[in-house]
Design a protein around this ligand. Structure first.
Ligand code: PMT
Length: 399
Protein backbone atom coordinates (compact mmCIF):
# COMPACT_ATOMS: atom_id res chain seq x y z
CA UNK A 1 0.00 0.00 0.00
CA UNK A 2 1.19 3.50 -0.78
CA UNK A 3 1.18 6.61 1.34
CA UNK A 4 -2.35 7.35 0.19
CA UNK A 5 -3.52 4.33 2.17
CA UNK A 6 -6.53 5.40 4.29
CA UNK A 7 -6.38 8.95 2.91
CA UNK A 8 -9.42 10.83 1.66
CA UNK A 9 -8.94 12.33 -1.78
CA UNK A 10 -11.45 14.86 -3.04
CA UNK A 11 -11.04 14.77 -6.82
CA UNK A 12 -12.18 17.86 -8.72
CA UNK A 13 -12.91 17.30 -12.41
CA UNK A 14 -13.30 20.28 -14.72
CA UNK A 15 -14.45 20.67 -18.30
CA UNK A 16 -11.74 19.61 -20.70
CA UNK A 17 -11.26 16.72 -23.08
CA UNK A 18 -8.87 15.12 -20.55
CA UNK A 19 -11.84 14.65 -18.19
CA UNK A 20 -12.22 11.11 -19.54
CA UNK A 21 -8.83 10.27 -17.98
CA UNK A 22 -10.26 11.06 -14.54
CA UNK A 23 -11.95 7.64 -14.58
CA UNK A 24 -8.54 5.96 -14.72
CA UNK A 25 -7.23 8.40 -12.09
CA UNK A 26 -9.97 7.32 -9.65
CA UNK A 27 -8.76 3.71 -10.03
CA UNK A 28 -5.11 4.65 -9.62
CA UNK A 29 -5.88 6.52 -6.40
CA UNK A 30 -7.97 3.63 -5.07
CA UNK A 31 -5.21 1.12 -5.89
CA UNK A 32 -2.98 3.12 -3.55
CA UNK A 33 -5.56 2.74 -0.78
CA UNK A 34 -7.29 6.15 -1.00
CA UNK A 35 -11.02 6.76 -0.57
CA UNK A 36 -12.16 8.99 -3.41
CA UNK A 37 -15.07 11.43 -3.66
CA UNK A 38 -15.59 13.44 -6.81
CA UNK A 39 -16.73 17.01 -7.46
CA UNK A 40 -17.57 17.77 -11.09
CA UNK A 41 -18.04 21.21 -12.60
CA UNK A 42 -20.83 21.82 -15.14
CA UNK A 43 -18.22 21.78 -17.93
CA UNK A 44 -16.86 18.41 -16.79
CA UNK A 45 -20.32 16.87 -17.17
CA UNK A 46 -20.23 17.77 -20.88
CA UNK A 47 -17.29 15.36 -21.27
CA UNK A 48 -17.98 12.50 -18.84
CA UNK A 49 -21.07 11.51 -16.88
CA UNK A 50 -21.30 11.68 -13.09
CA UNK A 51 -22.60 8.10 -13.21
CA UNK A 52 -19.24 6.83 -14.49
CA UNK A 53 -17.30 8.49 -11.69
CA UNK A 54 -19.92 7.49 -9.12
CA UNK A 55 -19.69 3.84 -10.17
CA UNK A 56 -15.89 3.88 -10.06
CA UNK A 57 -15.48 5.84 -6.83
CA UNK A 58 -18.35 4.05 -5.05
CA UNK A 59 -19.56 7.42 -3.75
CA UNK A 60 -22.16 9.93 -4.97
CA UNK A 61 -20.67 12.60 -7.21
CA UNK A 62 -21.05 16.19 -6.01
CA UNK A 63 -21.99 18.77 -8.63
CA UNK A 64 -23.96 21.66 -7.13
CA UNK A 65 -23.15 24.26 -4.50
CA UNK A 66 -26.70 25.26 -3.82
CA UNK A 67 -28.38 21.86 -3.76
CA UNK A 68 -30.46 21.46 -0.62
CA UNK A 69 -30.46 17.68 -0.74
CA UNK A 70 -26.72 17.41 -1.33
CA UNK A 71 -25.99 19.93 1.41
CA UNK A 72 -28.02 17.81 3.82
CA UNK A 73 -25.86 14.78 2.94
CA UNK A 74 -22.31 16.04 2.74
CA UNK A 75 -22.28 19.78 2.26
CA UNK A 76 -19.41 21.82 0.85
CA UNK A 77 -17.86 22.50 4.25
CA UNK A 78 -18.02 18.83 5.27
CA UNK A 79 -16.46 17.85 1.96
CA UNK A 80 -13.69 20.38 2.44
CA UNK A 81 -13.06 19.08 5.98
CA UNK A 82 -13.27 15.43 4.89
CA UNK A 83 -10.47 15.81 2.33
CA UNK A 84 -6.85 14.95 3.14
CA UNK A 85 -6.07 16.16 -0.37
CA UNK A 86 -7.99 18.21 -2.93
CA UNK A 87 -6.72 17.09 -6.33
CA UNK A 88 -8.05 18.86 -9.43
CA UNK A 89 -7.47 16.89 -12.65
CA UNK A 90 -7.92 18.08 -15.28
CA UNK A 91 -7.62 21.72 -14.20
CA UNK A 92 -8.66 24.03 -17.05
CA UNK A 93 -7.34 27.54 -17.65
CA UNK A 94 -10.69 28.92 -16.48
CA UNK A 95 -10.62 26.97 -13.21
CA UNK A 96 -7.00 28.05 -12.62
CA UNK A 97 -7.99 31.69 -13.20
CA UNK A 98 -10.93 31.42 -10.81
CA UNK A 99 -8.74 29.83 -8.12
CA UNK A 100 -6.09 32.52 -8.55
CA UNK A 101 -8.79 35.19 -8.16
CA UNK A 102 -10.10 33.51 -5.01
CA UNK A 103 -13.58 33.05 -6.49
CA UNK A 104 -16.15 30.80 -4.85
CA UNK A 105 -18.70 30.64 -7.63
CA UNK A 106 -19.25 26.90 -7.76
CA UNK A 107 -18.84 23.86 -5.50
CA UNK A 108 -15.24 23.11 -6.56
CA UNK A 109 -13.81 26.61 -6.08
CA UNK A 110 -15.73 26.94 -2.79
CA UNK A 111 -14.30 23.64 -1.52
CA UNK A 112 -10.80 24.83 -2.57
CA UNK A 113 -11.21 27.96 -0.44
CA UNK A 114 -12.77 26.09 2.45
CA UNK A 115 -10.29 23.24 2.77
CA UNK A 116 -7.18 23.13 4.92
CA UNK A 117 -5.91 20.11 2.97
CA UNK A 118 -3.06 20.36 0.46
CA UNK A 119 -4.17 21.25 -3.07
CA UNK A 120 -2.78 19.69 -6.22
CA UNK A 121 -3.50 20.68 -9.82
CA UNK A 122 -3.00 18.73 -13.04
CA UNK A 123 -3.44 21.45 -15.68
CA UNK A 124 -4.82 20.55 -19.12
CA UNK A 125 -5.41 23.01 -21.93
CA UNK A 126 -4.33 24.07 -25.40
CA UNK A 127 -0.58 24.80 -25.57
CA UNK A 128 -1.13 28.47 -26.46
CA UNK A 129 -3.51 28.91 -23.52
CA UNK A 130 -0.89 27.33 -21.24
CA UNK A 131 1.76 29.75 -22.56
CA UNK A 132 -0.50 32.81 -22.28
CA UNK A 133 0.90 35.35 -19.79
CA UNK A 134 -2.44 35.37 -17.91
CA UNK A 135 -2.25 31.62 -17.29
CA UNK A 136 1.45 31.90 -16.41
CA UNK A 137 0.68 34.60 -13.86
CA UNK A 138 -2.20 32.58 -12.39
CA UNK A 139 -0.03 29.49 -12.06
CA UNK A 140 2.72 31.53 -10.36
CA UNK A 141 0.16 32.94 -7.94
CA UNK A 142 -1.15 29.49 -7.05
CA UNK A 143 2.35 28.00 -6.75
CA UNK A 144 3.29 30.84 -4.38
CA UNK A 145 0.21 29.99 -2.31
CA UNK A 146 1.45 26.43 -1.94
CA UNK A 147 -0.53 24.63 -4.63
CA UNK A 148 1.26 21.53 -5.90
CA UNK A 149 1.48 21.16 -9.67
CA UNK A 150 1.78 17.97 -11.67
CA UNK A 151 2.34 18.39 -15.38
CA UNK A 152 1.25 19.40 -17.88
CA UNK A 153 2.97 16.99 -20.25
CA UNK A 154 3.97 18.00 -23.76
CA UNK A 155 2.95 16.32 -27.00
CA UNK A 156 0.20 16.17 -29.56
CA UNK A 157 -3.05 17.70 -28.33
CA UNK A 158 -6.68 16.84 -29.04
CA UNK A 159 -6.96 20.11 -31.02
CA UNK A 160 -4.06 19.06 -33.28
CA UNK A 161 -1.48 21.44 -31.75
CA UNK A 162 1.80 20.16 -30.42
CA UNK A 163 3.29 21.50 -27.19
CA UNK A 164 2.83 21.61 -23.42
CA UNK A 165 -0.72 21.37 -22.09
CA UNK A 166 -1.69 17.68 -22.07
CA UNK A 167 -2.89 16.40 -18.72
CA UNK A 168 -0.20 14.25 -17.11
CA UNK A 169 -0.86 10.49 -17.17
CA UNK A 170 -3.17 9.33 -14.33
CA UNK A 171 -0.48 7.00 -12.96
CA UNK A 172 1.96 9.93 -12.67
CA UNK A 173 -0.67 12.11 -11.00
CA UNK A 174 -1.45 9.37 -8.48
CA UNK A 175 2.28 8.92 -7.81
CA UNK A 176 2.69 12.66 -7.24
CA UNK A 177 -0.29 12.65 -4.86
CA UNK A 178 1.22 9.68 -3.05
CA UNK A 179 4.49 11.59 -2.54
CA UNK A 180 2.70 14.35 -0.63
CA UNK A 181 2.18 12.06 2.34
CA UNK A 182 5.29 10.82 4.11
CA UNK A 183 4.81 7.31 5.46
CA UNK A 184 6.88 8.04 8.57
CA UNK A 185 7.79 4.34 8.73
CA UNK A 186 11.48 5.05 9.24
CA UNK A 187 11.35 8.39 11.04
CA UNK A 188 14.51 8.83 13.09
CA UNK A 189 16.35 5.97 11.35
CA UNK A 190 19.64 6.43 9.51
CA UNK A 191 19.77 4.45 6.28
CA UNK A 192 22.85 3.90 4.10
CA UNK A 193 22.30 2.49 0.59
CA UNK A 194 24.89 1.43 -1.97
CA UNK A 195 23.85 1.86 -5.60
CA UNK A 196 25.11 1.61 -9.16
CA UNK A 197 28.17 -0.17 -10.51
CA UNK A 198 31.78 0.05 -9.44
CA UNK A 199 34.59 0.79 -11.88
CA UNK A 200 37.85 -1.08 -11.54
CA UNK A 201 40.57 0.76 -13.39
CA UNK A 202 42.91 -1.05 -15.79
CA UNK A 203 44.80 2.07 -16.78
CA UNK A 204 44.01 5.83 -16.73
CA UNK A 205 41.32 5.46 -19.44
CA UNK A 206 39.89 1.91 -19.17
CA UNK A 207 38.00 0.03 -16.54
CA UNK A 208 36.00 -3.13 -15.79
CA UNK A 209 32.38 -2.47 -14.83
CA UNK A 210 28.80 -3.72 -15.36
CA UNK A 211 25.39 -2.54 -16.57
CA UNK A 212 23.94 -1.34 -13.26
CA UNK A 213 22.22 2.00 -13.86
CA UNK A 214 21.62 2.83 -10.20
CA UNK A 215 17.84 3.01 -10.76
CA UNK A 216 17.00 0.41 -8.12
CA UNK A 217 19.33 1.88 -5.50
CA UNK A 218 18.17 5.45 -6.16
CA UNK A 219 14.53 4.33 -5.94
CA UNK A 220 15.32 2.78 -2.56
CA UNK A 221 16.93 6.02 -1.41
CA UNK A 222 13.86 7.97 -2.53
CA UNK A 223 11.57 5.54 -0.69
CA UNK A 224 13.70 5.63 2.48
CA UNK A 225 13.70 9.44 2.51
CA UNK A 226 9.94 9.49 1.92
CA UNK A 227 9.60 7.13 4.88
CA UNK A 228 11.33 9.72 7.04
CA UNK A 229 14.83 8.19 7.22
CA UNK A 230 18.02 10.23 7.18
CA UNK A 231 19.28 8.71 3.95
CA UNK A 232 22.78 8.45 2.49
CA UNK A 233 23.56 6.98 -0.92
CA UNK A 234 27.01 5.61 -1.56
CA UNK A 235 26.87 5.68 -5.32
CA UNK A 236 29.04 4.29 -8.05
CA UNK A 237 29.16 6.28 -11.31
CA UNK A 238 25.60 6.74 -12.67
CA UNK A 239 23.79 9.51 -14.50
CA UNK A 240 20.74 9.95 -12.26
CA UNK A 241 19.66 13.02 -10.29
CA UNK A 242 20.06 12.71 -6.53
CA UNK A 243 16.60 12.31 -4.93
CA UNK A 244 15.33 15.10 -2.66
CA UNK A 245 16.43 14.90 0.98
CA UNK A 246 19.14 12.33 0.15
CA UNK A 247 22.87 12.85 0.67
CA UNK A 248 24.89 11.23 -2.13
CA UNK A 249 28.55 10.28 -1.75
CA UNK A 250 30.09 9.37 -5.11
CA UNK A 251 32.68 6.58 -5.30
CA UNK A 252 34.36 4.73 -8.17
CA UNK A 253 35.86 1.41 -7.15
CA UNK A 254 34.82 -1.36 -4.76
CA UNK A 255 37.68 -0.39 -2.44
CA UNK A 256 36.44 3.24 -2.33
CA UNK A 257 32.89 2.01 -1.71
CA UNK A 258 34.00 -0.22 1.15
CA UNK A 259 35.94 2.61 2.81
CA UNK A 260 33.02 5.03 2.48
CA UNK A 261 30.57 2.49 3.94
CA UNK A 262 32.85 1.64 6.88
CA UNK A 263 33.25 5.38 7.60
CA UNK A 264 29.46 5.69 7.83
CA UNK A 265 28.88 2.75 10.17
CA UNK A 266 28.72 4.90 13.30
CA UNK A 267 25.71 6.71 11.76
CA UNK A 268 23.81 3.79 10.30
CA UNK A 269 20.83 1.82 11.62
CA UNK A 270 19.92 0.12 8.33
CA UNK A 271 22.35 -0.79 5.54
CA UNK A 272 21.06 -1.79 2.09
CA UNK A 273 23.58 -3.13 -0.43
CA UNK A 274 22.02 -2.69 -3.85
CA UNK A 275 25.23 -1.86 -5.74
CA UNK A 276 26.55 -4.26 -8.35
CA UNK A 277 30.06 -4.39 -6.95
CA UNK A 278 32.76 -5.89 -9.15
CA UNK A 279 33.89 -9.13 -7.55
CA UNK A 280 37.40 -8.74 -9.03
CA UNK A 281 39.72 -5.88 -9.93
CA UNK A 282 42.95 -5.76 -11.94
CA UNK A 283 45.79 -6.77 -9.66
CA UNK A 284 47.58 -3.53 -10.59
CA UNK A 285 46.45 -0.40 -12.36
CA UNK A 286 48.84 0.58 -15.15
CA UNK A 287 49.97 4.19 -14.70
CA UNK A 288 50.10 4.79 -18.47
CA UNK A 289 47.57 3.80 -21.13
CA UNK A 290 48.13 0.15 -22.12
CA UNK A 291 49.47 0.08 -25.68
CA UNK A 292 48.07 -2.17 -28.38
CA UNK A 293 50.57 -5.01 -28.81
CA UNK A 294 50.33 -8.77 -29.05
CA UNK A 295 47.22 -10.61 -30.34
CA UNK A 296 46.44 -11.84 -26.83
CA UNK A 297 47.08 -10.39 -23.43
CA UNK A 298 46.20 -11.77 -20.01
CA UNK A 299 44.64 -9.72 -17.27
CA UNK A 300 45.48 -10.69 -13.74
CA UNK A 301 42.54 -10.04 -11.37
CA UNK A 302 42.32 -10.16 -7.60
CA UNK A 303 39.20 -10.55 -5.46
CA UNK A 304 37.59 -7.37 -4.18
CA UNK A 305 36.54 -7.10 -0.53
CA UNK A 306 32.91 -8.04 0.10
CA UNK A 307 31.32 -4.80 1.32
CA UNK A 308 28.01 -6.08 2.66
CA UNK A 309 29.71 -9.01 4.43
CA UNK A 310 32.18 -6.58 6.03
CA UNK A 311 29.31 -4.40 7.26
CA UNK A 312 27.40 -7.43 8.58
CA UNK A 313 30.42 -8.64 10.55
CA UNK A 314 31.32 -5.24 11.99
CA UNK A 315 30.99 -4.43 15.69
CA UNK A 316 28.48 -1.66 14.97
CA UNK A 317 26.41 -4.03 12.84
CA UNK A 318 23.27 -2.30 11.43
CA UNK A 319 20.20 -4.20 10.20
CA UNK A 320 21.83 -5.46 7.00
CA UNK A 321 20.04 -6.09 3.71
CA UNK A 322 21.69 -7.47 0.57
CA UNK A 323 20.60 -8.10 -2.99
CA UNK A 324 21.27 -11.27 -4.95
CA UNK A 325 21.46 -10.89 -8.72
CA UNK A 326 21.05 -14.43 -10.03
CA UNK A 327 20.31 -16.01 -13.40
CA UNK A 328 19.23 -19.50 -12.27
CA UNK A 329 17.98 -21.28 -9.14
CA UNK A 330 17.44 -17.73 -7.86
CA UNK A 331 15.86 -18.36 -4.44
CA UNK A 332 18.29 -21.11 -3.38
CA UNK A 333 21.35 -19.06 -4.31
CA UNK A 334 19.87 -16.00 -2.62
CA UNK A 335 19.14 -17.85 0.64
CA UNK A 336 22.66 -19.28 0.58
CA UNK A 337 24.11 -15.77 0.08
CA UNK A 338 22.04 -14.45 2.98
CA UNK A 339 23.48 -17.11 5.29
CA UNK A 340 27.09 -16.88 4.07
CA UNK A 341 27.16 -13.09 4.33
CA UNK A 342 25.27 -13.09 7.66
CA UNK A 343 22.48 -10.81 6.36
CA UNK A 344 19.12 -10.08 7.99
CA UNK A 345 17.36 -9.92 4.65
CA UNK A 346 18.10 -10.45 0.98
CA UNK A 347 16.31 -9.29 -2.16
CA UNK A 348 16.47 -11.97 -4.86
CA UNK A 349 16.57 -10.46 -8.34
CA UNK A 350 16.29 -12.72 -11.38
CA UNK A 351 18.56 -10.87 -13.79
CA UNK A 352 18.19 -13.49 -16.55
CA UNK A 353 15.04 -11.59 -17.51
CA UNK A 354 16.46 -8.35 -18.92
CA UNK A 355 13.19 -6.49 -18.40
CA UNK A 356 13.50 -6.70 -14.60
CA UNK A 357 17.18 -6.45 -13.79
CA UNK A 358 20.07 -4.25 -14.81
CA UNK A 359 19.09 -0.90 -16.31
CA UNK A 360 15.36 -1.70 -16.55
CA UNK A 361 12.59 0.58 -15.28
CA UNK A 362 10.68 -2.33 -13.79
CA UNK A 363 11.59 -5.04 -11.38
CA UNK A 364 10.09 -8.17 -9.78
CA UNK A 365 11.83 -9.64 -6.74
CA UNK A 366 11.42 -12.00 -3.82
CA UNK A 367 12.44 -10.71 -0.42
CA UNK A 368 13.81 -13.41 1.90
CA UNK A 369 14.53 -13.28 5.63
CA UNK A 370 15.25 -15.89 8.27
CA UNK A 371 11.70 -17.12 8.79
CA UNK A 372 9.88 -15.97 5.72
CA UNK A 373 9.73 -14.60 2.24
CA UNK A 374 7.52 -12.35 0.16
CA UNK A 375 7.28 -12.09 -3.62
CA UNK A 376 6.86 -8.57 -4.98
CA UNK A 377 5.33 -8.88 -8.45
CA UNK A 378 6.48 -6.86 -11.45
CA UNK A 379 6.11 -3.09 -10.96
CA UNK A 380 8.09 0.11 -11.45
CA UNK A 381 11.31 0.27 -9.42
CA UNK A 382 9.84 3.07 -7.25
CA UNK A 383 6.94 0.84 -6.29
CA UNK A 384 9.21 -2.17 -5.60
CA UNK A 385 11.48 0.08 -3.53
CA UNK A 386 8.60 1.30 -1.37
CA UNK A 387 7.48 -2.26 -0.70
CA UNK A 388 11.03 -3.28 0.26
CA UNK A 389 11.26 -0.29 2.62
CA UNK A 390 7.93 -1.28 4.20
CA UNK A 391 9.22 -4.82 4.81
CA UNK A 392 12.47 -3.48 6.27
CA UNK A 393 10.48 -1.18 8.55
CA UNK A 394 8.35 -4.11 9.74
CA UNK A 395 11.25 -6.48 10.32
CA UNK A 396 14.19 -4.30 11.19
CA UNK A 397 13.17 -0.69 11.50
CA UNK A 398 12.30 -1.06 15.16
CA UNK A 399 15.72 -2.32 16.25
O1 PMT B 1 21.12 -0.49 -10.90
P1 PMT B 1 19.98 -1.07 -11.72
O2 PMT B 1 20.24 -0.93 -13.20
O3 PMT B 1 18.65 -0.51 -11.32
O4 PMT B 1 19.93 -2.66 -11.45
C1 PMT B 1 19.58 -3.14 -10.19
C2 PMT B 1 20.42 -4.35 -9.81
C3 PMT B 1 20.15 -5.50 -10.76
C4 PMT B 1 21.92 -4.00 -9.83
C5 PMT B 1 20.01 -4.72 -8.33
O5 PMT B 1 18.63 -5.03 -8.29
C6 PMT B 1 20.79 -5.89 -7.79
O6 PMT B 1 20.44 -7.05 -7.97
N1 PMT B 1 21.93 -5.57 -7.08
C7 PMT B 1 22.91 -6.57 -6.62
C8 PMT B 1 23.88 -6.84 -7.72
C9 PMT B 1 24.96 -7.82 -7.31
O7 PMT B 1 26.11 -7.51 -7.47
O8 PMT B 1 24.53 -8.94 -6.76
P2 PMT B 1 25.52 -10.13 -6.22
O9 PMT B 1 24.62 -11.30 -6.14
O10 PMT B 1 26.73 -10.25 -7.07
O11 PMT B 1 25.96 -9.63 -4.79
C10 PMT B 1 25.29 -10.01 -3.61
C11 PMT B 1 25.28 -8.88 -2.61
O12 PMT B 1 26.61 -8.62 -2.17
C12 PMT B 1 24.76 -7.57 -3.14
O13 PMT B 1 24.04 -6.95 -2.09
C13 PMT B 1 26.02 -6.78 -3.46
O14 PMT B 1 25.82 -5.36 -3.32
C14 PMT B 1 26.96 -7.27 -2.38
N2 PMT B 1 28.38 -7.26 -2.75
C15 PMT B 1 28.84 -8.03 -3.77
C16 PMT B 1 30.19 -8.06 -4.04
C17 PMT B 1 31.07 -7.28 -3.24
N3 PMT B 1 32.37 -7.28 -3.47
N4 PMT B 1 30.58 -6.53 -2.25
C18 PMT B 1 29.25 -6.50 -1.98
O15 PMT B 1 28.82 -5.80 -1.06
Amino acid sequence: MGHLFNRNVLLGVTGGIAAYKSAELVRQLQERGATVRVIMTRGAMEFITPLTLQALSGNPVHTELLDEEAEQGMGHIELARWADLLLIAPATADLIARLAAGRADDLLTTAALATAAPLMLAPAMNQQMWRDPATEANISTLAARGYHLVGPAAGEQACGDIGPGRMEQPVRIAEAADQLFPSGLLTGKRVVITAGPTREALDPVRYISNHSSGKMGYALARAAAEAGAVTTLVSGPVSLPVPDRVRALPVESATDMLQQCLDLLGDCDIFIACAAVADYRPSAMEQQKIKKGPEEITLQLVRNPDIVAAVASSEQRPFTVGFAAETNDVLNYARDKMQRKNLDMIVANDVADRSIGFNSDQNAVTVLWRNGEQALPRAGKDSIARQIIELIAQLGGKR
